[in-house]
Design a protein around this ligand. Structure first.
Ligand code: PHE
Length: 339
């Protein structure tokens, strides 16, 4: 009996099939009710009692081995079957649909790369700030209107905790910790308590620039901004600086670029002036340097700050600032090719 079992086991183990029908035939031959395995089970009653234990064990092993063999053969044909039904495993895979960069990130990265070519590094600071970094160190007098609840989001319980209203707070942080030479830009999100409309939002982004060293002059500022404007808006771009006021720069200016849409001739984007205002700038006020423990007798510096939304709107002709924050896929998809 044991010989029969092991002969059958060998037969089953070496069996092959070249189609699913042949697998079925093997199944019938070996493990159906009248199959060879069951016939041996039927003979089991004739086995002498003292051999029953050993023979029973061998029979069970035979049965399991047969079941496994039939299943493996069947599986191999089933996967092959779906291949035959049209899946060519050698074909390149379906491409994964990637998202695209947000237009604000595209423009931010471009600005970072332009200043990178001039040797500016990138630094960041916290969005939740304190009065010192956003206002006091930057020479804002205590009664300055920007400190008003009207413009700034304060934490009610502790008015010393606020959301930064400009990235100039990163100037403070960098100058507190680094002695000149400093040549960095600071991109980041800022918050102002403003009504949301097509032109303004309570959340937006800025890029701040800071250059502090010996003998930094207004001419350096002007040349840096001219290079930047030509790189961003095109070689024919002109700039003009108009006197302005910021507590942390002296003298201060606002910079316009010649309108990149009409080339300066006048259109509805530049309101027929030929110029677009894009940033505020100036020479770092010596009081600010001193607040940050930098020797204002030895060092001078310039700073500038611009809104990324405004530049992106000009760049791509976007009419409503709210598009940037709505995450409407139809809007975002338009920048897929711009990566
Ligand atoms: N922080 C100013 C603003 O938010 C911009 C600015 C930065 C002006 C640096 C001068 C120097 O409008």
């Amino acid at each position: 009996m044991l010989d029969k079992i092991s002969a059958l086991q060998q037969e089953i183990e070496t069996a092959t099939a070249s189609s699913i029908d042949e697998v079925e035939a093997l199944r019938i031959k070996y493990i159906s009710k009248k199959g060879k395995v069951n016939q041996l089970f039927a003979d089991f009653k004739n086995v002498p009692n003292e051999q029953k234990k050993e023979v029973g064990k061998a029979l069970n092993e035979l049965k399991n081995c047969a079941l496994e063999k039939i299943n493996t053969l069947r599986d191999s044909f089933e996967t092959k079957g779906s291949e035959d039904a049209g899946t060519d495993l050698t074909m390149p895979g379906e491409p994964l649909k990637l998202g695209s960069r947000h237009p604000l990130s595209l423009v931010k990265n471009e600005i970072i790369s332009i200043f990178g070519r001039l040797g500016f590094t990138v630094a960041e600071g916290p969005e939740i700030e304190d009065d010192w970094h956003v206002f006091s160190a930057l020479n804002f007098p205590p009664e300055h209107p920007a400190r008003d609840m009207q413009d700034t989001f304060f934490i009610e319980k502790d008015p010393d905790v606020l959301l930064r209203t400009h990235t100039s707070s990163v100037q403070t942080r960098v100058m507190e910790h680094t002695q000149p030479p400093i040549r960095s830009i600071f991109p980041g999100r800022v918050f102002r308590n403003e009504a949301i409309s097509a032109r303004s939002h309570c959340i937006f982004h800025q890029i701040e620039g800071l250059y502090v060293d010996e003998n930094v002059s207004f001419a350096d500022l002007k040349q840096t901004l001219l290079y930047f404007s030509k790189e961003l808006f095109g070689e024919n771009t002109k700039i003009r600086l108009r006197p302005s006021y910021f507590p942390f720069t002296e003298p201060s200016a606002e910079m316009d670029v010649s309108c990149s849409i009409c080339g300066g001739k006048g259109c509805n984007v530049c309101k027929y002036t030929g110029w677009l205002e894009i940033l505020g700038c100036g020479m770092v006020d010596p009081n600010v340097l001193e607040s940050c423990k930098i020797d204002s007798q030895k060092y001078t510096g310039f700073a500038f700050g611009m809104g990324i939304e405004r530049i992106t709107m000009l760049r791509y002709g976007i009419k409503d600032i709210r598009h940037f924050f709505e995450n409407d896929i139809r809007f975002l998809k338009q920048f897929e090719s711009a990566i």
